[in-house]
Design a protein around this ligand. Sequence first.
Ligand SMILES: Nc1ncnc2c1ncn2[C@@H]1O[C@H](COP(=O)(O)OP(=O)(O)OP(=O)(O)O)[C@@H](O)[C@H]1O
Ligand SMILES: [Mg+2]
Length: 262
Amino acid sequence: MATKREARILAVVNQKGGVGKTTTAVNLCAYLAQAGKRVLLVDCDPQSNATSGVGLDKAAVTTGLYDVLVENVPFADIIVKDVADIKGFDLAPSTIDLSGAEMVLYTEQNFARESVLARAMKDVRGTYDYIFIDAPPSLGLITINILTASSGLIIPIQCEYYALEGISQLLSVVERIQERLNTALSIDMVVLTMQDYRTNLSQQVISDVRDYFGDKVARTLIPRNVRLSEAPSYGQPISLYDAKSKGAAAYAQLAKEVIEKL
Ligand SMILES: Nc1ncnc2c1ncn2[C@@H]1O[C@H](COP(=O)(O)OP(=O)(O)OP(=O)(O)O)[C@@H](O)[C@H]1O
Ligand SMILES: [Mg+2]
């Protein structure tokens, strides 16, 4: 296979909260780096869950995405290398002040405020095989920047009632971005998360999502697994926290699917 010259930028998006965006982004990055890929995880959520999830102390992080988006700090300057003790797994951290970035970007008389992130990331793209962006649960200006900067989207959908609620809203924003700001943007993968084998509900949701998204739905289903929910508080991806868990097996498999398809 030919070596990629520029990273594919994959945004993990869904404006619905708690559907598994950060869990998916962190664990895919870990497995891809462990498979020898050069990976950058960009934490674009003021909650900084990806930042703490790979072991960084949120309170100790001094520069992050806010500084890139608002203070014009070069993207390369905020990158922390080899996080979670995994070689080739780099992180662009977030800090809580990122929540104020949207306000600054809005009020700025900057007609290209939707593409600040895209411009900032240009310089680092050649350094990586994959860049993942962990998006916040909103469709605000930060998410618009993420959609403008990305090559493809990974949409996690939680296997529960109302799983598809809000999806049409997300897709209409994506369409507008494709028309105006980023014609190359594609929906690359839909990942079903927190599947519960014990309930029929999960089966119903899975079949609804497959009807809606067809072959974009990943073959790998992510089960509900308590080890996945424990790992972030130890600042570890599941591959380090409990490599033998069902959750680990699922994300390892999903990483293979990403390498195969994207
Ligand atoms: N497969 C899973 N099994 C069990 N718990 C999970 C699983 N995936 C995620 N969780 C837990 O569910 C919660 C929400 O997951 P996560 O933080 O990844 O979602 P999110 O979409 O990033 O949320 P937010 O919208 O707030 O950023 C977290 O506590 C996480 O540890
Ligand atoms: Mg999150």
